[in-house]
Write a protein that binds this ligand. Structure first.
Ligand code: FMN
Length: 187
């Protein structure tokens, strides 16, 4: 199926964001917590499969976002490229990957410094006593790996705004059983 050029350009920008550092590399990820409140934080987009419409990121399995995703898998992502004036807002369903071989493959694709960030037994988001520090890194990298989660987001909505265009342009694309369907919206 031939994609709308605006949608293919959006996926190209997302692929670029995962192969080199671009403004879309650092995305805002929104989840919903157990009380129904929105939560948002920055994450690094690590992989993009434009054919499947899947974006992935690495995170700590003990972090709040992982529990939120398990409880409520629908998520939203947003990024903005100041250079091109393009905002991308994405919605989809997140999955915390369970397959050990896939987790291992993704773990090995991370740099040493990133892998080391999983080294502490201290749980992200828990209190530190005054003047306290998180526990130093465990020596055994196998323990680091146990703390690592790989999350895949199957995107089902892409909303692109181009604020460099005059007049502004907005297009939204939704995944259907037969492919992506798009329309132009009033920005
Ligand atoms: C530049 C930058 C990059 C970040 N990248 C990630 C990331 O790829 N994965 C991640 O889990 N957290 C990343 N974080 C930290 C998150 O924004 C967040 O503080 C942390 O994951 C805890 O979030 P949570 O309590 O909502 O789970 C990054 C933060 C910054 C400032």
């Amino acid at each position: 199926m031939v994609l709308d050029p605006v949608l293919s350009a959006s996926w190209r920008a997302l692929v670029d964001a995962t192969t080199r550092r671009t403004p879309f590399t650092l995305a805002a990820l929104a989840t919903v917590d157990a009380l129904g409140s929105p939560r948002v934080r920055s994450i690094i987009l690590r992989a993009c499969d434009p054919d499947a419409g899947v974006l992935s990121f690495a995170t700590d399995a003990r972090s709040a976002k992982v529990a939120e995703i398990r409880g409520h898998p629908r998520v939203a992502l947003s990024g903005y490229d100041e250079g091109t004036g393009v905002q991308l807002r994405l919605e989809g369903r997140a999955l915390v990957v369970a397959d050990a071989a896939e987790r291992r493959r993704r773990w090995q694709s991370l740099g040493e410094r990133t892998r080391r960030s999983y080294g502490s037994s201290s749980v992200p988001g828990t209190s530190l006593p005054a003047g306290g520090r998180p526990a130093g890194p465990d020596e055994d990298e196998r323990v680091w790996f146990e703390r690592f989660a790989w999350v895949e987001v199957t995107v089902d909505l892409v909303d692109r705004v181009d604020v460099s265009a005059d007049p502004l342009e907005r297009a939204v694309f939704e995944r259907t059983a037969t492919g992506w369907i798009g329309e132009r919206l009033v920005p």
